[in-house]
Design a protein around this ligand. Structure first.
Ligand code: SF4
Length: 184
């Protein structure tokens, strides 16, 4: 494992490995769905997919006892402040999976009513393509997130710095109504 800690490196790396292993299998998602993708998200607890094998079946009805937001569905402009409030109320450290084309980019809803990518309002850790993504694809996204979580450093501000950088990049992004796309 890469060592960024000059002192006590062996002990710190061992603790980080153990804590990372425990953290990745104790992620609690929020009970939170916005559109049709949410139906596929619900199926992740079914016997076919069975996210409980990875410790994630405990969906929390309150954001204060959750650390994973699965944005399942298109985000309307009216819903955006609510999504952000739920994110702000979640426990630290917290992660976000953007599920489906609509959450990641607005999808087919290229209009003024839909946020053109949820990364405009919250930092995203894993983007999941598809319309709709199948529950197996969501499970794969969760496993990808687990690998990211396991690699996160216990000490230092790596995670917070990355989230802050992602938020600043989102704030500086060109507004959708100013994008020319193929018409430029
Ligand atoms: S990506 Fe497809 S399934 Fe998901 S919310 Fe959009 S339209 Fe619905």
């Amino acid at each position: 494992m890469a060592n960024e800690h000059p002192e006590g490196s062996i002990i710190l790396d061992t603790v980080e490995n153990v804590v990372g292993y425990l953290k990745q299998y104790s992620v609690w998602p929020t009970t939170f769905g916005l559109a049709c993708c949410a139906i596929e998200m619900m199926a992740i607890v079914s016997p076919d997919t069975d996210i409980s094998r990875f410790g994630g079946e405990r969906f929390s009805a309150t954001p204060r006892q959750a650390d994973l937001m699965i944005v399942a569905g298109r985000v309307s402009q009216k819903m955006a402040p609510v999504v952000r409030q739920v994110y702000d109320q979640m426990a630290e450290p917290k992660w976000v999976i953007s599920m489906g084309a609509c959450a990641s980019s607005g999808g087919m809803f290229n209009n003024y009513a839909i946020v053109q990518g949820v990364d405009h309002i919250v930092p995203v850790d894993v983007y999941l393509p598809g319309c709709p993504p199948r529950p197996q694809m969501l499970l794969n996204a969760v496993i990808t997130l687990h690998q990211q979580i396991k690699g996160e450093h216990l000490f230092g501000s790596t995670r917070k710095a990355a989230a802050r950088a992602a938020e600043e990049a989102a704030l500086k992004a060109v507004p959708t109504h100013e994008m020319k796309g193929l018409l430029a």
